[in-house]
Write a protein that binds this ligand. Structure first.
Ligand SMILES: C[S@@+](CC[C@H](N)C(=O)[O-])C[C@H]1O[C@@H](n2cnc3c(N)ncnc32)[C@H](O)[C@@H]1O
Length: 219
């Protein structure tokens, strides 16, 4: 599991009080650890942040771009009402099947629609169901601006656009010493810059270990 900070005692304190994993989170975390994927997923603290925002805005429908085995998705789904829905867009067919099984095992299938394959094609189709309350972007970093283009038109006024890894592993603020490509750095800088526009968004790049940009759409 990704370490939230360099202060594990502090994180454990927060996790125990506010972000304790339930059996569904623990099961998925074990699956991720077994596959060596755990570094790709959120921490429980970040999961609870998503859960908090889901409830805070009273979200009923969420689009997640990049779902891995469903860890972040179950944090959000747990905060949705019984008739709420999360659309999980995941390029890997194998991972998509695991997401479905995990939701099924914990009786959450009624809140899930998994769309397997490249996200962009699915997003174009999902536009017919817009507006959505929230979009969580956590897939291929090189497409973040394209995902933002979609979210800008498909998320309702007052809804949230959230991007993870928005420090791009330091690339956005220390490009000289970054191993990231110039193109990926440019894309992530543009993503953050657009969401920092105060005319359009109430927003913040929260300094989690990898950076999480959270923007409320004002138009
Ligand atoms: C960082 S992981 C997501 C972690 C997940 N949100 C969590 O916290 O549990 C990124 C995922 O995006 C998927 N992905 C990468 N490119 C994609 C694309 N073009 N369309 C859809 N999914 C993609 C990968 O297969 C991977 O499972």
């Amino acid at each position: 599991m990704r370490k939230e900070t360099e202060n594990p005692a502090r994180d454990e304190y927060i996790a125990n009080l506010f972000a304790e994993e339930q059996s569904v989170h623990k099961q998925i975390r074990l699956q991720m650890e077994a596959e060596g994927f755990d570094h790709m997923s959120l921490s429980s603290l970040e999961g609870q942040m998503l859960s908090f925002y889901t409830k805070f805005i009273g979200a009923k429908n969420i689009v997640e771009i990049g779902s891995l085995l469903g860890y972040s998705a179950v944090w959000m789904a747990g905060a949705l009402p019984e008739d709420g829905k999360i659309y999980c867009l995941e390029i890997s067919e194998e991972r998509s099947e695991i997401i479905s099984k995990n939701f099924e095992a914990f009786n959450m299938s009624h809140k899930l629609e998994v769309l397997s394959g490249d996200a962009m094609g699915h997003l174009n189709h999902l536009s017919a169901k817009a507006p959505f309350d929230m979009c969580f972007i956590d897939a291929n970093k090189g497409a973040y601006v394209k995902y933002l283009d979609w979210a800008e038109t498909s998320i309702k006024k007052g809804g949230l656009i959230i991007g993870d890894n928005t420090f791009l592993f330091g690339g956005v603020y220390d490009s000289e010493n970054s191993s990231e490509s110039k193109n990926r750095i440019k894309i992530m800088q543009e993503f953050n810059k657009r969401l920092a526009d105060k005319e359009k968004y109430n927003s913040m790049l929260f300094p989690t270990s990898e950076g999480m940009t959270i923007a409320q759409k004002l138009f």
